[in-house]
Design a protein around this ligand. Sequence first.
Ligand SMILES: [Zn+2]
Length: 280
Amino acid sequence: MNISGDLAAIFSFVLGAIVGSFLNVLILRYNTGLGIYGRSRCFSCGSPLRWYDLIPIVSFLALRSRCRYCGAKISVQYPIVELFSGLLFALFFIFARNNTFSISLFIPYLICLWFIASVLIFTLVYDLKHKIIPDSASIALAVVAIVFSVLTIGASQALFINLITALIISLIFASFWFISRGRAMGLGDAKLVFGLAVFLGYPMSISATVVAFWIGAAYALIIIAMDKASRIVATGGGDFQLSYSSKQITMKSELPFGPFLIIAALIVFFFEINAFVLFL
Ligand SMILES: [Zn+2]
């Protein structure tokens, strides 16, 4: 890596953090009836926020996570989204620099990756917060993923295979949704996974699906174990509470699957996990 490359990576991080701060607004306001273009205000006291209150990551740290005007606590979601967004922009820049073979394709390739990064972060946090994946996010992801694939492999047979695989994975998810009447899987996951699968291409799209189920299973086990442990501590190991609580967690609590899919997709993308490795 040379000096100008380092500077460009740092610039990518800063740009990503700024985009992340816009994503925070979108996550908070999209489809909630709040306008997207209004000025940012404190949720507690309504004071309009000034530019120096809105510097990604920096303002949060400088203000020690409290509103400058009323002292209300600011959600840690803001700096986390900004940081994650900055890191993802920088990682995608480095990836694009190492993987684009023609200079003329570098900029469109990078713009696609940055757009995909933004949609993924938006969708991940939105799904965690609102328990729904907006269709517009899945559609935007699918369109840009197709453009990205065409830039990478051209309108080739490989592109056709990628699209067919994505369609099959998406239909499998849709049938989970249909058979479980929406309990095991949301229809939003089936729509999201199409764009993710096109972006990753065959066979990484299959790896990502498998990895997402692994992460989901690991997460569920940790939650159940933590819940049991806390119940044992709280009740001195009372059997009634123990069985009651684990039943409550295993079946009834909603686990949004979108975040697992997105995290799995990013892991598989950066580590280039090939599907067949998973079955060895
Ligand atoms: Zn305030």
